[in-house]
Design a protein around this ligand. Structure first.
Ligand SMILES: [Cu+2]
Length: 335
């Protein structure tokens, strides 16, 4: 089987019981394959991902940011004229999300949560997004990447209407999609955005891969953000740290989708990371511990932690960090 056809298989995600079964006795490690790894990558090596804690309260939003973090949607793969087509079903909705104990927010979103699904393809795959708008007013989907003008998503798709966006996945890198209806600041600020990853033809080395999207919420519509979040829910990863394994390569797809603030940084504590700008390179551009991003900028960051413990991450605009855009990695010991 060619590497391409192997890639087209959906990676297997283990449940907790299966996960524990494959623990490496003797060295005290637990192992798992993860959604971010294609099958051909999994064959080369096993990536260690600690089990996630069970968190019943997550049901209230119908959305668990700890699961979202590593959840890559590869679409439904069809063969058409000998070619792989990845089909995704997107529904624009209006739904209430609970940002904290006191604040609920009427979000505009894809498939019921903020951010929308992280969709993923391999360079030169055909991508087909079936967009159905049931949100109550017009929206659209504008994809970053290279495509024809008629697929650029600036035309409004009215309530109870559909449109099919279709294009080749080019170029490889970290991209995004978002609504492009005016006022765009409001449509994006309400939550209608998500990440679109295009893997390079040769793939990337095995890693524990995860997505962090920074967003802002203007909860009182005064033209300023009152709350901020990684992956939709303010302070979620402070209350529920992200478990990662000691000495495991982490590949972070990080994006700034904050409207109303011109720029955010991203910083991790007690470590450095290698930067792959816009995910457009296979070798890192530089190494640092803080990176500056304007709205819609995104990068791949790679790092690993040598010492178990809790390590914070946040933008270094501390007022923004302290308004919900803050989280922690819990580095789990290998012994
Ligand atoms: Cu919109």
């Amino acid at each position: 089987m060619s590497s391409k056809s192997l890639f087209l298989k959906k990676p297997k995600i283990l449940n907790r019981r299966q996960f524990l079964k494959v623990g490496l006795g003797g060295v005290g490690l637990t192992t798992a394959t993860i959604a971010g790894l294609s099958v051909w990558q999994q064959q080369k090596s096993v990536v260690r991902v600690p089990p996630l804690p069970k968190i019943p309260l997550l049901e209230e939003n119908g959305f668990n940011p700890l699961v979202f973090l590593r959840n890559f949607d590869y679409g439904t793969v069809k063969k058409e004229n000998g070619r792989a087509v990845r089909e995704f079903n997107f529904e624009a909705r209006t739904s209430e999300i609970k940002l904290n104990a006191a604040v609920s927010f009427a979000s505009w979103n894809i498939n019921g949560h903020v951010p929308g699904p992280t969709i993923r393809a391999k360079a030169s795959d055909r991508v087909r997004v079936i967009f159905n708008n049931v949100a109550g007013h017009s929206h659209s989907l504008h994809f970053h990447g290279i495509h024809a003008a008629e697929m650029d998503g600036i035309r409004p798709i009215r309530h109870k209407s559909s449109f099919i966006y279709e294009f080749d996945a080019e170029p490889f890198g970290v991209h995004l999609y978002h609504c492009h209806i005016s006022p765009i600041t409001r449509h994006v600020g309400k939550g209608l955005y998500g990440m679109f990853i295009i893997d390079p033809p040769q793939g990337r080395p095995p890693a524990d891969e995860m997505v962090l999207e920074m967003g802002g919420y203007d909860t009182n519509e005064d033209g300023r953000n009152e709350l901020y979040a990684f992956n939709g829910i303010p302070d979620f990863y402070m209350d529920h740290p992200i478990p990662i394994q000691q000495n495991q390569l982490i590949r972070l797809y990080v994006m700034n989708m904050v409207e109303l603030d011109p720029v955010l940084t991203y910083h991790i504590h007690a470590n450095m990371f290698r930067v792959y700008p816009t995910g457009r390179t296979l070798t890192p551009g530089w190494e640092t511990d803080v990176i500056t991003m304007g709205t819609a900028e995104r990068h791949i960051l790679e790092f690993s932690y040598q010492t178990p413990g809790m390590y914070m991450f946040h933008p270094h605009q501390d007022a923004i960090a302290e308004s919900g855009c803050m989280g922690q990695f819990q580095v789990v010991s290998n012994t």
